[in-house]
Design a protein around this ligand. Structure first.
Ligand SMILES: [Mg+2]
Length: 444
């Protein structure tokens, strides 16, 4: 039985609901609806002009309605009179095919037909900057190797603790927080969950982290490479597939009860897990268009060594066991970690592209290929035949556009809209005149 939002408001003292949806560029858009109007909105949705957001619509399109998914509702822990609720975009009585949450919901249904229920955990790294975004907020945070810096994490204890307390309150099962590998960078971990739940939590985490940072006079950013020369913001995803959704899940179908044979089996990954991984490996260069969606993303992957000694980001399509220098790491039986996505990734499209690539791998019995048990940062040049990841956003978009299987899995309407808007963004970037060009071309 779905949550009755009017009753929820009454029981919890909520005065306003933020009816929120996420557009193709990952922007979160919302309307603030007073509690007395929420019963109608729960039924019919809140009206938006789709053209005013990144959804590839024209000003002539009819009203787009954002219909709340009542089970996603969260009372804002830092402002309890407001509740946030994720919404599904509808137009003329039908789901808007290119809207990210709809793309994900459709793929979850596709996977369910194969009795596959994807669960993921994500690691959404972020920086705390000064309010204008120009500098790291902590002037003493200057160590060359600042990862797990005990002194630096305590200087931002008030922010980290507040966010973690809220996650405890919401029942997310947070379990560790740290100062990450770049100056000014942090990571907070909470329990893995069903793909749609993780996507909603990921969206809310970004909103919450930015809000709490602002409250303390800082600016939180998930930008892939906000500071030149420092490690960027990754958004690693840990992936497993189960026999049922939610609490009904009993068996991790990626896990082998006893070590198997072959490159994946030896690490405790089942045949189905190996095929799912095979799909990710096969489509990696194309799916980067989604997992690494901005011009700036390509300054995180393919980056030169950072000040800390490692970028912690991949540049080649390879996989291995418990070793962080590859695109995919199998840290233990029954799951694998995709280290490609960055902080700019759209929370819904991240989950959608994992399911799309993985499901196509299972359907085609894809082989993940050779396992390289080497230090990729030191010995990567010895690897022959593994594709390099795209060097920039345009490369990635072109590879995605050529990947018919992935485009079809993600939906033709979605893929066309995404490629169109992202190519426009690339063209806009290319028309930007930079100082580098002048420095390197003036005297030619
Ligand atoms: Mg990390």
């Amino acid at each position: 039985m779905a949550t009755d939002l009017a009753k929820f408001a009454k029981d919890k003292g909520v005065k306003y609901f933020m009816i929120s949806f996420t557009d193709l560029f990952g922007g979160q858009r919302a309307k603030l609806v007073p509690a007395q109007a929420i019963a109608d909105m729960q039924k019919d949705g809140a009206g938006f002009a789709g053209f005013a957001t990144y959804l590839d619509m024209t000003p002539a399109h009819p009203d787009m309605l954002a219909v709340p998914d009542p089970d996603s509702v969260i009372q804002l822990p830092w402002k309890p009179e407001v509740a946030w609720v994720a919404a599904n975009c509808v137009m003329n009585g039908e789901d808007v095919a290119q809207a990210p949450r709809n793309v994900l919901r459709r793929l979850i249904d596709e996977a369910a037909k194969e009795k596959m229920y994807v669960k993921t955990g994500i690691e959404a790294e972020y920086f705390l900057l000064t309010p204008d975004g120009s500098q790291i907020s902590d002037e003493y945070d200057t160590a060359a190797k600042p990862c797990y810096d005990q002194q630096a994490v305590m200087r931002r204890y008030d922010v980290v603790r507040e966010i973690c307390d809220y996650m405890l309150e919401m029942g997310w099962g947070p379990y560790q927080n740290d100062h990450e590998d770049a100056n000014g960078q942090f990571e907070m971990n909470w329990e893995f969950d069903d793909a749609l739940k993780t996507a909603d939590k990921h969206s809310f985490f970004k909103f919450m982290t930015k809000s709490v940072a602002e409250k303390h006079g800082f600016r939180a950013t998930f930008m892939p490479k906000p500071v030149e020369g420092l490690t960027g913001n990754g958004c690693h995803a840990h992936i497993s597939v189960w026999d049922a959704p939610g609490a009904k899940a009993k068996k991790n179908v990626f896990a082998l009860t006893k070590a198997g044979s072959g490159p994946a089996g030896e690490l405790g990954l089942s045949q189905q897990g190996a095929h799912f991984l095979g799909g990710i490996m096969k489509h990696a260069s194309a799916l980067a268009a989604i997992t690494n969606p901005t011009v700036n993303s390509y300054k995180r992957i393919n980056a030169p060594r950072t000040m800390s000694g490692a970028t912690w980001a991949p540049n080649t399509v390879t996989w291995t066991g418990n070793n962080r220098t590859h695109m995919v790491r199998v840290p233990g039986p029954g799951r694998f970690e995709l280290r490609l996505p960055d902080g700019a990734v759209n929370p819904y499209l991240l989950q959608a592209i994992i399911i799309a690539a993985g499901l196509s791998g299972v359907q085609s019995k894809a082989d993940p290929g050779k396992r390289y048990d080497i230090d990729m940062y030191a010995e990567g040049h010895k690897v022959r035949g593994a594709p390099k990841l795209p060097l920039n956003l345009l490369d990635a978009l072109r590879i995605y556009d050529r990947d018919k299987t992935l485009k079809e899995m993600m939906g033709e309407e979605f893929s066309a809209a995404y490629i169109k808007l992202k190519t426009q963004e690339w063209n806009d970037y290319m028309s930007h005149f930079s100082q580098w060009e002048k420095d390197n071309t003036l005297d030619i």
